[in-house]
Design a protein around this ligand. Structure first.
Ligand code: UD1
Length: 370
């Protein structure tokens, strides 16, 4: 880097991006003279999937909303590129910051790289090695385009080095999602989500499922829903349902078994999710963020996927991969519920200060090469 950036431009679009942007926006606001432009692509647009997160995380209103909405991968990615290019040209940022692995991430990185604008990738280096996941394609392409690769953990650095990325581009900054968790936990503990749902003081299982691999194939989704119905005869099950999953459940015409303590909810805001995660006896998920958050909180987690791009949550944390099969899930859930919680083991640089490190790197103040 020849000079420190005077304008950073962050691009976000989908729900998990917003938790990653929040601490970076706060750290940027503490830097006098630094301009931070926020672009929302509109990949997620429902109030419960977007506005609610900006409000409760105190993220400034986006300077631009590209309003791309839903579409096929090609249509959505192309529309983001088409609409972001003139914004990027007009704003003339010194660096474009992209987050995670969603379509908005790769689309914005492609536009910036082709305009000759530097790209910083927050959450660089994660790999599931499952090429059927759209997120894996997005991660690999984004990392190939990035000038700053801001990794949450050492496994990410090993992946990038194995792919030939020069060491001087890679920084171990830690996990921005954990920055948001640390900053939000006191308020989350006051929000009373479990009481509102009616599971306060009872052991309950928190469930989230939205990956195409789990919800788009009717046979797999039916197995998973029937499994949750079974689980709900042993403990209350709280399941905030993603819009993609809600549509697929409606297509199946599936109804919870009579008498099962299965709470199917609309998507819930971040603070409520965090408070439920912390109180849950067990989390069953296919989300990336929940694997990390449960590891930090020391809550047992079953991830219904054949692989994870976050292996540190299994080797150091509380996460365990499980097949999308009823017997496997019920057996693993039974074991986890019987074993209870273990004290969480701290993970290097998952400490609430990752965003500050990102700003130090981007402003040329400090290096976190390892
Ligand atoms: C996207 C990300 C995924 C991330 C997830 C978090 C990609 C490739 N996938 O998946 O990595 O884990 O967000 O939520 O970027 N919909 C609504 N309202 C909304 C948004 C979506 O109803 O505000 C419905 C639409 O029917 C849409 C479907 O959900 O077609 C899927 O949305 P999309 O953004 O394409 O993918 P997600 O499954 O949300």
């Amino acid at each position: 880097m020849s000079r420190a950036p005077g304008t950073l431009l962050s691009v976000v679009g989908a729900r998990p991006n917003f938790m990653k942007l929040a601490p970076v926006a706060r750290a940027a606001a503490r830097r006098p003279g630094l301009r931070h432009v926020i672009v929302h692509t509109g990949q997620h647009y429902d109030a419960t999937m977007s506005d609610a997160f900006f409000a409760e995380l105190g993220i400034p209103r986006p300077d631009h909303n590209l309003e791309v909405g839903s579409g096929s991968h090609a249509a959505q990615t192309a529309l983001i590129m088409q609409r972001f290019e003139p914004v990027c040209v007009a704003e003339r940022p010194d660096a474009v910051v992209v987050y995670g692995d969603v379509n908005s991430t790769v689309a914005a990185a492609l536009v910036a790289a082709k305009l000759g604008t530097k790209v910083a990738h927050v959450e660089a280096g994660l790999r599931s090695r499952d090429w059927t996941m759209p997120e894996e394609i997005n991660r690999v392409v984004t990392d190939r385009l990035a000038d700053w690769l801001l990794a949450p953990s050492r496994d990410g650095i090993a992946n990038l080095r194995a792919e030939g990325v020069p060491a001087e581009r890679i920084h171990l900054v830690g996990n921005v999602m954990i920055d948001t968790l640390v900053a939000s936990l006191p308020e989350a503990r006051r929000c009373g989500a479990a009481a509102h749902i009616g599971v306060q003081g009872r052991p309950f299982v928190l469930v989230t499922l939205h990956r195409p691999g789990n919800v788009d194939a009717p046979a797999t989704l039916r197995v998973l829903l029937d499994t949750l119905g079974q689980l709900a005869t042993r403990a209350a099950v709280v399941f905030p349902v993603h819009p993609r999953t809600r549509a697929r459940i409606a297509d199946l015409g599936w109804q919870p078994p009579a008498g099962a303590a299965l709470h199917l909810l609309d998507p819930i805001p971040y603070l409520e999710t965090l408070s439920l995660e912390e109180q849950a006896a067990l989390v069953v998920t296919d989300s990336g963020g929940l694997q990390e958050e449960t590891t930090f909180l020391g809550v047992p987690c079953l991830t219904v996927r054949p692989s994870t791009e976050r292996p540190i949550t299994c080797t150091e944390g509380t996460n365990r991969l499980v097949k999308a099969e009823q017997a496997a899930i019920l057996a693993a859930a039974g074991e986890a519920l019987a074993a209870g919680r273990r004290p969480a083991r701290p993970i290097e640089r998952w400490d609430g200060h990752a965003a500050e490190r990102i700003l130090e790197v981007l402003l040329g103040e400090k290096s976190y090469q390892v």
